[in-house]
Design a binder for this molecule. Structure first.
Ligand code: HEC
Length: 201
């Protein structure tokens, strides 16, 4: 006597197995793909030039990689309570005008030769992009691989990086006159600010 229920299940399983590719086939396919990818890289087919945009697939993969990485790494960073203080904003304005405006421009700042040649382009920070202060802090401190965004944390202590965050959060909507005024209000020159920082020469 054949058990009807298990008999049917056995038949289902055999039918399913017949439709699935075999394990050696899948393994061979994976090896072939890996060899193909290695050759693609070795032969230098992909154009890494900054004056030629990524293909849409590469662009969207890199963009997701970047966005997810920033979201994950910025978790747990808490902004200081005085992020909106006038002193932080004016210190940040001085640092920004000196170190960042060549790439990120600013209200009334003309495009530079450097900013026009960048790929990916440095976003104009005067246009709000929806990043949190913690994410902006993380990007400024650590930089972004495969882009021209440097890691400023190598040379600047956290309090100065928060000053820059404080300033760039005020940038959207700022007029060229307001920009000039706040940059002019920056307390001291860069070297003096750095000397006041603990742990910095
Ligand atoms: C040499 C050019 C260059 C300089 C100088 C530079 N950046 Fe950037 N920055 C970039 C590029 C390019 C990106 C875009 C990176 C990307 O696409 O992931 C970027 C991204 C950023 C972002 C993320 C913006 C967003 O909304 O996605 C912030 C914030 C930022 N920079 C702040 C700064 C600050 C503050 C300074 C000065 C201390 C600075 N950058 C100096 C090139 C530069």
């Amino acid at each position: 006597m054949v058990d009807k229920r298990t008999g049917a299940a056995d038949m289902d399983r055999t039918a399913l197995r017949r439709h699935l590719p075999s394990l050696p086939f899948v393994a061979a396919l994976a090896v072939l793909l890996a060899i193909g990818a290695a050759f693609f890289i070795y032969l230098g087919i992909y154009n890494i030039a900054a004056d030629e945009p990524h293909t849409p697939v590469v662009y969207s993969v890199l963009e997701s990689l970047r966005n997810r990485s920033i979201e994950t790494h910025a978790r747990g960073i808490t902004p200081p309570a005085d992020l909106g203080s006038a002193q932080r904003i004016s210190t940040g304005a001085g640092l920004y005008a000196e170190m960042c405006s060549g790439c990120h421009l600013g209200p009334g700042v003309e495009k530079s030769e450097m900013s026009q040649g960048l790929y990916p382009q440095a976003p104009e920070l005067a246009t709000a992009r929806g990043l949190t202060p913690a994410q902006q802090f993380w990007i400024i401190k650590h930089g972004v691989k495969l882009s021209a965004m440097p890691a400023w944390g190598r040379t600047h202590p956290d309090p100065l990086i928060w000053d820059m965050v404080a300033f760039i959060r005020k940038l959207p909507g700022m007029s060229p006159e307001q920009y000039k005024a706040v940059v002019a209000s920056a307390p001291a020159d860069h070297d003096t600010m750095m000397k006041d920082m603990p742990g910095m020469k």
